[in-house]
Design a protein around this ligand. Structure first.
Ligand SMILES: [Zn+2]
Ligand SMILES: [Zn+2]
Ligand SMILES: [Zn+2]
Ligand SMILES: [Zn+2]
Ligand SMILES: [Zn+2]
Ligand SMILES: [Zn+2]
Ligand SMILES: [Zn+2]
Length: 1721
């Protein structure tokens, strides 16, 4: 026995520890026979070893020692909570330094940020809470709990530990860490042996086969491989696969070397062959000695123990952190370096283990964090290389820890200065992407030369993105002060960066394709993505550069120097161009023959730096850099012209690749470092160079000096060119270019985003430039320019609409309209709105803000001779189309006018302040004949649309000229509108006069007419009269209704139906129908049917139950287990037409290959499904349409209907029927007594009984013989049968064949009729709409068809099933072993009512039966309510005795229930009425559609219980129900019902299960959801997969909205087998919970899933953010609150049974849904 006694000296610990390990080695793993997936390590042994170490360490009971140590901890200042996957993280939009700063839920709840605007996300795992980190928050860095003053230093915590413990801890931790590193890092290759110190004297010959995770094999491949290799069941293999995926490896077998090798061979062979993606890429498998595997697993176990110790005691944590970082004297490496450097070759579990240790131990203290940072940066280069060759995700790699290190400003600063962090990061990118041509060397000014390797970029781009993010993190911590060291390091970094950019400059260059289209599209995505990913780096980079002027100057010099070098290297000759009589000398470059590129990052960097000068209010001299801007911008001119010409369509033959690049340059994602920079550079050139020279250069580069070369596209190129000129002169809303604030910028952007129509908040923020959307104040600016419009429907979202007052500020030539159609849309929308406001519809320019000093000369371009000449020249060409290839274009003309207008506006503004201003557009334009040209154009027919604009310009010129002469004048901008206004006003007045005249004439004529024929005028009542009469008729009805509130009418008149007028709504249902297939409306040729969908329904069920305990052949229990729901689109077809149609559909579907069907159609003909040929609604059967005439003919011919039969007489007859005085054979009596509720052989009982009872004996009276005369043609009977069979079959298939063997079509149809009735009733109650409000044709048609078919079918089957009917009567009369009171009353009533139609020569007709049945069942329902009343709800201190309360206790006494005193009469009455309502309401629907009895009109407007009762001819008072009309009291019957022995038992059950009224009568809703979505997320985060309690959970918690159970969705771990298929947890649960119709909430994604048998769809969860938008996928992260409207909508999906319908509808609309493997959800 080796013991680590506490007295063991420090020096001896190591030896003893290893001895212990050697001894325990054979016991570390479980015996192979006891292996379970994931439980290979022998937990007991490990615990024992750990306990021994702990005892030695603490010298006492470890548990108590740790409790004592916890007392020594300093109050924590840092939370440091490490996030689990799916846990909610909060960040404050107002206070967080950046979006990586997050709080845990607990800290957030007690922090100040709760009151701020915050974002909520669900964590991807890893990372920790930043609460208490002063560097992470601008304000309120800590929550209430972590808000402690830092009085205690870290060393303090360590010093508080007892000395002995401290010394022991240092020893133990170091030895354990060494052991761990040895096991994980050193022993890796296949043939390695354990270190000497652990070797056994007699090593066992046991080996294990270990399978490792890789990303190239699918789950299914691994599963099938394992099934073969270790011959296990698929479910065990699936568990192994899950484990391998989560932990990275797993031993799958243990045995001797040979068998392990064999097993390995099978795995390698099988998986290699099966993997189709990579040829012969075997699943990584290794055979290891079992002791090595055992020690590795044990090392992981110890590692997590160390972590848990560190969490308990701060002192121990500090010691552990020191040990982790301590460098080994022999090789200079530490635990952490060793782990990091082998990271990529470790399996997932080992990586997770040590990374977790770093996060939870090292990262919690600044000093150890700093030390770790240093090690990390030193290893960075190597880690990146490893990561590139690693096939694991980034999250598994140690690189993912960088966000913890690189977001701490002080640490970053330290690392930049001491470890050259920036350069390290950048170089790792350059090394990966480029070939180095020339090193920078030691020469400080030398810039290295790199060459971009497109192939490398493409290959590594995705993984290198993470390094780019790292650079972004580092740069976004802008230093607040500079020192020499920092400057130095930054400068080196910047130089290298510039060198890298110059390697990208000119990437993906293209050459103009003149004659033929490109043969294959060149790859372009890499370049554009590179551009896009660099933007987040560029932004902070400019901030770094412009912190100090000298830094900025230095950077610009580097960039300009490099750019010059690039340009010189190209050695382009010069050429001379003549324009407007002047010569200009430029570099010669022909854009149509040389390679050009949209990638000019170096030029753009230069532009960006120059804009920073503008921002600081500096001039070009301040740059201290010698440059010729026009030459420097050469690449920019090329790329701008390339973009413009491509947009104009001139480069069409270069294919989509180029078009896409150009598109992205102007798109919101890239434009900040593309189009925007280009424009800024052009503006700078316009400002700094000679305007004529600038203009001619741009003109030349655009090839407008050689129009014949681009004749085909000339007009559109002109268009683009003029747009460019407008942008250059007008656009100033950029910091550094114009004198603008962020507010101005945001406002202008917002106005133009909203110009093309209202948009939701998220779309707006997506389209905003980043610098705007990142400023917290933009939302208040949004309020300034737009109005919030609430969502109009439950599926739409709220939007913002541009205010009317902002319409004028929309510019038709806004530079951020990314496409021509975007611009046109905005223009049209603004015109539409202006028209509706009666405003003028022309677009006139507005004044722009002032330029900054650097750009101040841009407007000179506007009055340069060249530009004015160009405008005039263009106008002349437009006037005379024969002179040039330029064609008339409204757009072009509009733009030219806009440009002129803007020039005039600019001049006017200057002249107002200075009459002698040198800006002389008007004069120059006049002189050169431009104005003349315009005047001529105003009479030009093509220009007639623009008359107003031309007039506007002339007005402007007039004003300017007057002002120059010193004359006072009005602002011309309002002249035109005022003219227009007065014009309009005049027109309005004229129109009013005309109207007046007309009216007076008419009234004279009218008078004359009335005088001539006075009778006519009286005969036609005015509108008011009709309304009056209507309301009065309503009133009379209402008074009728209300009168019954008073004393009860003792004998409600039964002989006279109340009203005989059919309402118009009923007519809707009974209109003649047109077959949608043959368009023929003749009914006689064939039977008519409607398309319908039948499904099993759980909606009304009050208890949870499983599919198994469902038996449709039983009368349902009062909690109504389940039903059958029918819905229909009410499209009518001939049965024959439908049969043919369905056959065609089926043939077509079956011709598809089996495996393709799921992806080809949303429905399955195997389940009898089809889509309605008219509306494509999902259907699976047809239901016959029965006209009221046919219904009457069937129901009226069975017995007397008008005879006034009292209930007592009727009862007496019934009594005799079920209890005939004649002799009944003994065996049959016995048979009858069999409890119907017993599950065995119910079918037999129901069906065979009819054979058992000789017709001649008991059933002579009840069952008539089949009356052939009553049947119509034979064909009708056939089709009817077929229909019901179809319905039956479709249904059977739907619920998996073989489970239900109900062969009685009647029961089927009857149950569905009853269910559908109740569902309609429930929905109307939920919607709070009157029950009999005019229903949609869909609902009325469905109800009418189902209910009437049930009646007709019953009539057709006279003589069958006598036994079951007889039984039902016995039940009703209390003479059967099945107690009536435990059954669902409405369903039983419906069954019996239908059954009565099948009675043949029954003594009474249907009307009499129905009336009396209804009375009895209503009574039974009341009795049931009384017995199952929740007595607490009817008792009251202020009780009063009444007849009703006496009756209440009397009835209860019949069932031996305790009497209930203190019953409040009012409460009791209310309770009974409320509970009775659903029954009565369902009966009203039932009667409405099974008879021709019309509904009182008042019920269509309003629900009124008493009117319903009188419609059903029921008494108005509850006590009255207990009296049969006449002398007979129903008391004996009630007594018989109650005294049934089963009733008392059922009552007891109901009380224990709390199935009591009024609750039982209430609508059963979906699971209650939290109001705040973060509560939902928090619950989801606590969820652990029920099968694998692993921390690394890729699980997707998904809640069943019907029952609330949370499942582990879309994961192999929880797959189950259903009907022979392996399905995901949700699909399986949907079958268990709701017959395969699932309604789920995916918690982490805020998404609702509708699921039904291999098909499904997603929709957003019913939560809205403060902007009225949903956030499906939880991407934006705004706080979400439950929206009642959307919740209602979700409930209606459930109540109205539209899950399958909605799914198919979505799938038909979006075929992508078909490609989802819904089964695996
Ligand atoms: Zn926290
Ligand atoms: Zn906190
Ligand atoms: Zn805050
Ligand atoms: Zn037809
Ligand atoms: Zn339809
Ligand atoms: Zn699971
Ligand atoms: Zn459920």
């Amino acid at each position: 026995m080796i013991s680590l006694s506490p007295s063991l000296p420090l020096g001896d610990f190591e030896v003893t520890f290893y001895k212990l390990l050697v001894k325990e080695t054979p016991n570390l793993l479980k015996n192979y026979r006891e292996w379970e997936v994931g439980e290979v390590l022998n937990d007991q042994t490990c615990q024992e070893i750990q306990q021994k170490i702990a005892w030695w360490l603490f010298d006492s009971d470890p548990k108590e020692a740790i409790l004592e140590l916890e007392q020594l901890n300093n109050p924590s200042q840092l939370c440091g909570h490490v996030f689990k996957t799916g846990e909610a993280t909060y960040t404050c939009r107002e206070c967080a330094v950046d979006r990586t700063c997050v709080l845990c839920r607990k800290c957030f709840q007690q922090s100040e940020h709760k009151k701020h605007k915050y974002l909520l996300h669900s964590s991807g795992g890893g990372g920790c809470c930043d609460c208490g980190d002063v560097e992470a928050w601008n304000k309120f860095p800590s929550c209430n709990e972590h808000d402690v003053m830092s009085e205690h230093s870290a060393a303090d915590a360590q010093a508080k530990l007892p000395t002995l413990l401290r010394n022991k801890a240092e020893v133990v931790f170091q030895i354990l860490l060494d052991y761990i590193v040895d096991m994980l890092v050193t022993v890796r290759s296949e043939h390695d042996e354990l270190p000497q110190s652990l070797q056994q004297e007699q090593p066992s010959d046991e080996f294990v086969t270990v399978v490792f995770n890789d990303e190239s094999h699918t789950f299914d491949q691994v599963i099938s491989t394992l099934v073969q290799a270790i011959s296990c069941s698929p479910s065990v293999a699936s568990d192994y696969a899950t484990l391998i995926d989560r932990e990275g490896r797993s031993a799958i077998m243990m045995g001797d070397n040979k068998s392990c090798e064999d097993c390995k061979a099978i795995v390698m062979d099988t998986a290699g062959v099966r993997s189709r993606r990579r040829v012969a890429f075997p699943l990584q498998t290794r055979v290891m000695h079992s002791s090595i595997y055992a020690h590795q697993e044990h090392a992981l176990f110890l590692m997590s123990w160390l972590e848990s110790l560190a969490q308990k005691s701060e002192g121990l944590r500090l010691i552990l952190a020191q040990c982790i970082l301590k460098k080994n004297i022999s090789d200079g490496t530490s635990f952490v370096t060793k782990c990091m450097l082998t990271d990529a070759s470790l399996w997932k579990g080992a990586r997770g283990g040590y990374q977790q240790l770093i996060l939870a131990v090292v990262m919690l203290h600044m000093e150890s964090k700093r030390k770790f940072g240093v090690e990390f940066v030193r290893a960075y280069d190597r880690l990146v290389v490893d990561f590139l060759n690693d096939d694991h995700d980034h999250a598994d790699s140690i690189l993912s820890i960088s966000v913890q290190v690189l977001t701490v400003p002080t640490l970053v600063r330290y690392l930049i200065v001491e470890e050259d962090l920036l350069l390290v990061l950048l170089k790792s990118i350059i090394k990966t992407f480029c070939n180095t041509l020339e090193e920078g060397g030691d020469d400080f000014d030398a810039v290295p030369v790199f060459q971009l390797d497109n192939r490398k970029v493409k290959k590594h781009f995705r993984r290198m993105l993470y390094v780019l993010y790292n650079i972004k993190y580092v740069l976004s911590n802008v230093p607040t002060d500079w020192d020499f060291n920092l400057h130095d390091k930054f400068k080196t970094f910047f130089k290298t960066f510039v060198a890298f950019l110059s390697a990208i400059e000119g990437m993906d260059a293209v050459v103009y394709k003149r004659d033929r289209h490109v043969e294959h599209e060149p790859e372009w995505e890499t370049g554009i993505t590179l551009l896009m990913r660099f933007i987040p780096i560029m932004k902070p980079l400019y901030v770094w550069c412009s912190i100090r002027k000298e830094v900025l100057v230095g950077c610009l010099q580097v960039a300009v120097g490099q750019l010059k070098k690039c340009l010189e290297a190209q050695r382009n000759p010069t050429t001379t161009v003549t324009y407007n009589g002047k010569d200009y000398t430029f570099t010669d470059f022909d854009i149509l023959s040389k390679p050009v590129s949209v990638h000019v990052p170096l030029t753009r960097l230069t532009a960006g730096l120059l804009v920073q000068f503008g921002k600081l209010g500096l001039s070009l001299q301040d740059t201290e850099t010698n440059m010729d801007v026009l030459k420097l911008a050469e690449h920019m001119f090329q790329s701008v012209c390339l973009c413009s010409q491509t947009t104009a369509g001139a480069w069409r033959r270069n294919g989509l690749s180029l078009a896409n690049q150009v598109y992205y340059c102007r798109d919101n994602n890239c434009r900040a470092e593309a189009f925007d920079r280009d424009l800024q550079m052009l503006q700078l050139c316009a400002a700094q160079a000679d305007p004529n020279e600038f203009f001619v250069l741009l003109h030349t580069r655009m090839k407008l000096n050689e129009p014949h070369k681009i004749a085909e596209y000339l007009t559109s190129i002109y268009n683009e060119f003029v747009s460019l000129l407008i942008y250059i002169c007008v656009e100033r809303c950029t910091e550094g270019v114009g004198q603008v604030t962020m507010h101005d910028i945001a406002k202008r952007e917002l106005i133009h985003i909203l110009a093309s129509g209202p948009r939701p908040h998220s779309k707006i923020s997506k389209h905003l430039p980043d610098e705007v959307s990142e400023t917290p104040g933009w939302e208040s600016i949004l309020e300034e320019v737009a109005d919030y419009k609430n969502a109009t429907t439950a599926t739409s979202v709220a939007r913002y609409e541009l205010k009317d007052s902002c319409l004028d500020q929309v510019s038709p030539c806004f530079y951020h309209f990314s496409t021509a159609s975007h611009q046109t849309n905005a223009q049209n929308e603004v015109i539409r709105r202006k028209k509706s406001l009666n405003q003028t519809c022309i677009f006139t320019p507005n004044l722009s803000p002032q330029f900054t000093r650097l750009f101040t000369n841009v407007p000179d371009l506007l009055h340069s001779a060249s530009l004015i000449h160009f405008i005039k020249d263009t106008l002349e060409k437009l006037l005379d189309e024969s002179s040039s290839p330029l064609r008339w274009s409204d757009k072009l003309f509009e733009k030219i006018l806009y440009l002129c207008g803007f020039a005039i506006l600019e001049e006017r503004e200057r002249v107002v302040h200075d009459q002698t201003s040198q800006f002389q557009f008007c004069e120059k334009a006049d002189k050169c004949g431009l104005l003349d040209c315009l005047s001529r154009l105003s009479s030009f027919p093509a220009a007639s649309l623009h008359k107003d604009n031309i007039k506007w310009i002339h007005n402007g010129v007039d004003e300017v000229q007057k002002r120059r002469q010193g004359l006072e004048c009005e602002d011309f901008r309002f002249l035109l509108f005022r003219d227009e206004e007065s014009e309009k006003q005049k027109r309005k007045e004229q129109a009013a006069q005309r109207r007046q005249l007309l009216i007076s004439q008419m009234s004279i004529q009218q008078k004359n007419f009335i005088n001539v024929s006075p009778n006519l005028a009286q005969a036609a009542p005015s509108v008011e009269d009709t309304e009056m009469s209507q309301s009065s008729s309503q009133q009379t009805q209402e008074t009728q209704g209300s009168s019954v509130d008073g004393p009860i009418n003792p004998t409600p008149s039964t002989s006279q139906p109340p009203l005989q007028r059919e309402t118009s709504k009923a007519d809707l249902v009974d209109e003649p129908k047109l077959c949608i297939l043959c368009q023929d409306d003749t009914e006689n040729s064939d039977y008519l049917v409607i398309a319908a969908f039948v499904q099993r329904s759980n909606v009304l069920a009050q208890t949870k139950h499983t599919e198994e305990d469902l038996d449709f052949t039983k009368l349902p229990d009062l909690t109504l287990p389940a039903g059958v729901h029918v819905s229909s689109c009410s499209h009518v077809m001939h049965f024959q037409c439908w049969s043919q149609f369905f056959l065609t559909v089926r043939t077509k579907e079956e011709s598809r290959p089996q495996r393709m069907r799921r992806f080809m159609s949303s429905f399955s003909t195997e389940r009898n499904e089809y889509l309605c040929p008219m509306c494509r609604r999902l259907s699976n059967c047809v239901v016959p349409v029965i006209s009221p005439a046919k219904l009457t003919s069937i129901t009226s011919n069975s017995g007397p209907t008008t005879a006034d039969v009292s209930l007592s007489d009727w009862l007496k007859t019934m009594d005799e029927l079920v209890d005939p005085p004649e002799h009944v054979p003994q065996e049959i009596v016995a048979h009858l007594d069999v409890d119907m509720a017993t599950p065995d052989d119910v079918n037999d009982e129901w069906h065979d009984a009819s054979d058992a009872i000789p017709a001649s004996q008991s059933s002579t009276v009840i069952m008539g013989t089949l009356d052939d005369e009553n049947l119509d043609e034979e064909t009708e009977e056939d089709s009817m049968r077929l229909i019901v069979n179809t319905m039956n079959k479709s249904f059977e298939l739907n619920c998996e064949a073989g489970e239900i063997e109900c062969e009685d079509p009647c029961l089927w149809l009857w149950l569905s009729a009853a269910t559908t009735c109740q569902v309609v009733e429930t929905v109307s109650r939920y919607r709070e709409r009157p029950l009999m409000a005019p229903p949609s044709i869909r609902i009325s048609q469905t109800l009418a068809s189902t209910l009437r078919s049930s009646v007709v079918l019953a009539a057709r089957h006279k003589g069958q099933f006598q036994k079951s009917r007889e039984d039902m009567f016995k039940i009703l009369l209390g003479k059967h072993s099945t107690p009536l009171l435990s059954k669902h009353m409405f369903v039983t009533f419906a069954h019996l009512s239908f059954a009565c139609h099948a009675l043949g020569d029954f003594p009474y007709g249907a009307a009499v039966n129905d009336k009396n049945l209804l009375k009895l069942f209503a009574l039974a329902q009341i009795v049931q309510i009384i017995l199952l009343t929740d007595v607490n709800q009817v008792m009251d201190e202020h009780y009063n005795d009444s007849v009703l309360s006496q009756l209440f206790n009397q009835v209860r006494s019949y069932a031996n229930l305790p009497a209930c005193h203190k019953v409040c009469h009012q409460k009791l009455e209310q309770m009974i009425i409320a509970s009775l309502q659903p029954f009565i309401r369902a009966c009203v629907l039932f009667t409405r559609y099974t008879t021709t009895k019309p509904i009182p009109v008042s019920l269509e407007q309003q629900d009124d219980f008493n009117t319903m009762l009188s419609y059903l001819e029921l008494p108005q008072n509850i006590v009255e129900f207990f009296d049969a009309s006449g002398s007979c009291s129903l008391d004996p019957l009630v007594q018989r019902w109650c005294s049934h022995p089963d009733v008392a038992q059922r009552c007891k059950e109901a009380i224990t299960n709390n199935q009591l009224y009024p609750g039982l009568a209430q609508v059963k809703k979906l699971v209650e959801l939290d109001t705040d979505y973060s509560d939902v997320i928090a619950k989801g985060a606590n969820f652990v997969c029920p099968r694998f309690r692993s921390d690394d959970d890729s699980v997707n918690p998904t809640m069943c909205l019907i029952c609330g159970e949370v499942l582990c969705s879309q994961s192999y771990c929880c797959q189950q087998t259903w009907n022979g298929r392996s399905v995901g947890a949700c699909t399986y649960h949907a079958h268990k919970c709701n017959f395969g119709y699932g309604l789920f909430l995916r918690v982490r994604e805020s998404t609702v899933v509708l699921l039904n048998d291999s098909r499904g769809t997603y929709r957003p969860a019913p939560y809205l953010d403060e902007y009225g938008e949903t956030d499906q996928g939880l991407r934006r992260g705004n706080p979400l609150m439950l929206d009642p409207e959307r919740l209602r909508d979700l409930h209606l999906v459930w109540f109205e049974h539209s899950i399958p319908e909605d799914i198919v509808w979505a799938m038909e609309g979006n075929r992508n849904w078909m490609n989802v493997n819904w089964d695996h959800l």
